[in-house]
Write a protein that binds this ligand. Sequence first.
Ligand code: AMP
Length: 479
Amino acid sequence: MKFEELNIHPILLKQVYAAGYKEPTLIQEKCIPLIKQGRDVVAQSETGSGKTVAFGLPVLEQIKPREGLQVLVLTPTRELCVQVSDVFRQFGRAMKVQTASIYGGVGITPQFDALQRCEIVVGTPGRILDHIQRGTIDFSRVRFLIVDEVDKMAEMGFMEQIEDIIIHVPKKRQTLLFSATLSDEVDILAERHSNSPIKIMTEAYVSKDKMRQVYYNVQPKEKFSLLVHLLKSKGPGLKLIFCATRIEVDIVTRNLKSQGIKVAAIHGGLTQSKRLIALNQLRDERIEALVATDVAARGLDIPHVRFIYNYDVPKTSGEYVHRIGRTARAGKSGEAITILTERDYENFDSVLRDHELNIEPQEMPKIIWVPFTRRIEGGRDERFGGRRFEGRGFSREGGRSFSREGPRTGREREFPPRERGSRVFSSRNDFSRAPSREGFENRMKESEAPGRAGYTGYSDRNRRRGKPRPRFGKRNFRN
Ligand code: AMP
């Protein structure tokens, strides 16, 4: 099919060819005519399938410049918000309409101004609600409501906020819902807020035959060294490394950096600007790998990811499929590599049970051992709940000394196991210098003697003046 057959506005058609698109993707072919007819749509489509253009073009040709806010797009993450806004800006410029990106984590004041001037708002639920409460957003002319990645919204707990937003949008509108999977939440949202919607299903854009899926079953201590080995030996190409938690993402990133691998972290705990810098670095190929959590990576349009690493196995098979869906796009080849340890067996089992996925086991290659430390920023250690680690530590099991700064050198001293009653940590809580009960009692006795106040602080002068003996609180005794 050709874009001309979709009957889109000539100005937009020109933009489409200028963007280098030769023909519409499947989702565009199916969605554009329906949206142009004014139908509500519920579409199943993955990131990378061209869904932004699929709703962007028919909406853009129906709105009018300088007639107030007419389109509201809700996205689950800030990154997706920026991505979708960029598409609206790219195509909207020629139509003389303006787009405002409304997300949290940045100043709200510049957004007041942008909201006054735009025809399209792309935003995340929290910040949009904030503007509703402040009365700084006017929905009275909104004709198109688009909720992108509804399944992700549900997963992130945004459904209630979305409902709160939708009640402020005029009922006379077109509602377009997009989601990678058509879950119950999508059905509920469609039932409550759309008008006889048409369901559109699309095939995943991933070329399954061009994707190789393998796993390595290793000891936990081998995990990081294997990752480094694979990253260095598998050749060029962008890599996405998935970890289960934000802390794990930070730790793995720091350790990879100390191995000379050009890598950046992306997760919800980072500031917006840091996340955008990381994404741009990857797009410009200034770094070769991104370490990410599922939530942060979902919906990101990163072209030509060649390798997906599951450093932690995802909890559900759905997540596995989403992760591997980031590679082997548009006919390019890709590889998904899962590093499995004993604690991941249950998760991996469910991945294999739910899907007829062909994941081949691999022999452990010969690897070079590399150091791995869980120490987190500023001398803090994740094992101590992120508290600053003071000086040397002794553990009952025996251990190592930790320096405050810099990566491990491999020359740390080994210490024998701590004996019961020996000194612990710093002098601040060094109870070995606390008075013994015996000593304290002796001093109390001494203080009875005339002219001796001893340890009690009950001085001769006070005794002479007839002041009462001070009462002591609880003390630390050594025995
Ligand atoms: P999505 O995140 O689903 O909107 O996909 C966006 C990616 O698909 C972007 O990299 C677009 O440049 C690309 N894209 C959108 N439409 C087309 C098309 N018709 N042909 C080729 N690439 C497209």
